[in-house]
Design a protein around this ligand. Structure first.
Ligand SMILES: Nc1ncnc2c1ncn2[C@@H]1O[C@H](COP(=O)(O)OP(=O)(O)O)[C@@H](O)[C@H]1O
Ligand SMILES: [Mg+2]
Length: 306
């Protein structure tokens, strides 16, 4: 390894010259309509009752990916203590990915349901040449990118739901992990995909039985609750997701369909009332860290009342 200038002993120098340049080159500007850096992002650590700053939280809303970055230096290199600290930050922030960078090495970790894994690493030949690092980061981000397909038409009864369910099934048959998000209060895609008690509702004989079934939806977490989540807190979005009955046929293809279901409770007036609420689904998909779990999201929309 050739001698590095002593500036690389300074974490701030690494942040500025390596990390910030890498992000820009990887197509993640500091502030744009789709990407944003939060420098010195503070994470609350319950065990010590303190807020710890991590060097960057970076959000990329095109890919629904966010990640933390911690800078190290030529003297305080990436070591097990740094890896452990990153794990703790991921555990308490709800952020899915964490990156450690020193002038010699970059490591990407993923944290998911208590599991912490090294996903990829890259040796840095020369920290003054950032391009190969940017390419490495870009490749990683593209690998977690989730494609989103929204089925929309302002007319009803034209086959939106039929298309949603069939696209989801065909994609899953190709081995993809697919999440169907049902935004229609008529909840037909939830019904077709077998997560809305279709059989029970069919078999209900009395008004009471029917009422009880409807009441059971009130306790269930579904898309409207997902949209109302407080994403400043770590969340486990899996509580909002149901496995489709079709998965019993799909496991042969190694694909699956999960559903973020709706019901009669999915109503506009139940959405948060703040400005920018039309971006709430995008925000929820970004902050929940769902992108690491699915290849495709297919969204069934309601017809718009007019
Ligand atoms: N390609 C098609 N051929 C024939 N009938 C269809 C087709 N696509 C959908 N349908 C039927 O048309 C009706 C409305 O479809 P649906 O998918 O529920 O529409 P939307 O979600 O747009 O309201 C359903 O009864 C469905 O079975
Ligand atoms: Mg429909």
């Amino acid at each position: 390894m050739s001698e590095l200038s002593s500036e690389w002993n300074n974490e701030a120098y690494v942040s500025l010259h390596l990390i910030q340049t890498m992000l820009e080159m990887a197509g993640l500007p500091r502030k744009s309509s789709y990407s944003h850096w939060h420098p010195q992002f503070k994470i609350y650590v319950p065990s010590t009752k303190t807020k710890k700053p991590v060097d960057f939280l970076v959000e990329d809303s095109r890919r629904y990916v966010n990640f933390l970055i911690e800078a190290k230096s030529a003297v305080y290199k990436i070591d097990d203590a740094a890896r452990f600290q990153l794990k703790m930050y991921l555990e308490h922030s709800g952020v899915r990915f964490g990156i450690l960078v020193d002038p010699f090495l970059i490591e990407i970790y993923g944290y998911n349901q208590g599991k912490y894994d090294l996903l990829d690493r890259h040796q840095i030949q020369n920290p003054n040449e950032v391009e190969s690092l940017a390419i490495f980061l870009r490749k990683f981000l593209d690998s977690v990118k989730m494609r989103t397909i929204a089925i929309h038409s302002s007319k009803g009864g034209v086959g939106k739901t039929t298309l949603t369910v069939n696209i989801a099934f065909e994609l899953a048959k190709l081995g993809n992990k697919v999440l169907v998000i049902d935004l229609d209060d008529q909840a037909n895609s939830s019904l077709y995909l077998g997560v809305n008690k279709a059989d029970e509702l069919d078999k209900a004989n009395t008004l009471e039985e029917f009422d009880d079934l409807l009441k059971s939806f009130e306790e269930r977490k579904e898309v409207i609750d997902f949209l109302n989540l407080d994403f400043n807190r770590p969340t486990n979005y899996r509580e909002y997701i149901q496995s489709s009955v079709f998965n019993q046929y799909l496991y042969l293809y190694q694909g699956k369909i999960d559903v973020l279901p709706s019901s009669y409770r999915t109503r506009d007036d139940k959405l948060p009332g703040f400005i920018g609420r039309e971006k709430q689904l995008n925000k929820a998909l970004l902050k929940s860290g769902i992108s690491g779990d699915y290849d495709y999201v297919v969204i069934d929309t309601p017809q718009v009342a007019r």
